[in-house]
Design a protein around this ligand. Structure first.
Ligand code: HEC
Length: 223
């Protein structure tokens, strides 16, 4: 059933308004204009509980499910889908807080809690090259593509100050960011950041390396 709105009613009134027949074309035009403005003004100032007339439907009316509504589409009849097992509410830290933050009590943890092996270092290198090297460079010297092209200067990870940091502090910087250094906890998992920390340590060790550290059989290949 079509509901008659206040606007519809005023339209009807305006349309039925008797008009005297006029001889001249300009008279007809004047009447037409008057009728038209009457129609247009008729809706003004009228309050109604009816929804406004929509020529094109408003965007606020969309086919969608409301939270916790019913839906015949899903076999359980619910529009809201149950969260995937293991889902964590945004901002809710679960598990080991020290592992997630690099802080135990009020202190940065000293050493990487993960066992350092070739698999971890390979993972750390891969993640470092993806997430950190754009600023810190693959070698960690802070001359990545971003600092070279902008004024956003990253630190040299071989600086004495960074060498002196504990693993927990490096992890915490990668997790929460520091000053102009962005946080990477949204892009990386805690385990991956510990892998990155292990790889940063390997880079730093390589930076401190001397020719005596290179096995004699491959020493000739070092440039
Ligand atoms: C978008 C550029 C950018 C990326 C990517 C980036 N950093 Fe940084 N980083 C910076 C800048 C800039 C600083 C210097 C911050 C300052 O002192 O204001 C910095 C500083 C640091 C520091 C030293 C903090 C201090 O106390 O001075 C560490 C450690 C560090 N970054 C580690 C990382 C690690 C690990 C990653 C990868 C997860 C990473 N960064 C990715 C820009 C970046």
């Amino acid at each position: 059933m079509k509901r008659e709105s206040a606007c519809d009613r005023s339209l009807t009134v305006a349309a039925r308004k008797p008009t005297e027949p006029r001889a001249s074309a300009s008279g007809l035009l004047a009447t037409l204009l008057a009728t038209l403005s009457f129609i247009m003004l008729a809706g003004c100032g009228v309050t109604t509980s009816q929804p406004p007339v929509e020529v094109f439907s408003d965007m606020r009316r969309q086919p969608k499910y409301k939270a916790l509504g019913a839906s015949p589409f899903f076999s359980d009849g619910r529009a809201s889908r149950p969260p995937v097992p293991g889902t964590v509410a945004a901002g809710r830290l679960v598990g080991d807080e020290t592992f997630e933050t690099g802080v135990a009590g009020k202190m940065y943890v000293g050493r990487n809690p993960l066992p350092i092996d070739a698999v971890l270092l390979a993972r750390g290198r891969e993640r470092f090259d993806i997430y950190c090297s754009i600023c810190h460079d693959r070698a960690g010297d802070g001359k990545g593509i971003v600092p070279v092209r902008t004024a956003w200067l990253a630190v040299n990870l071989h600086d004495e100050r960074i060498l002196q940091m504990t693993d927990g502090e490096l992890f915490n910087v990668a997790t929460y960011g520091r000053r102009t250094m962005p946080a990477y906890r949204f892009q990386t998992s805690a385990a991956d950041r510990w892998a990155i920390v292990a790889y940063v340590r390997a880079l730093q060790r390589a930076g401190q390396g001397a020719i005596g550290d290179v096995p004699s059989e491959v020493r000739g290949q070092v440039r």
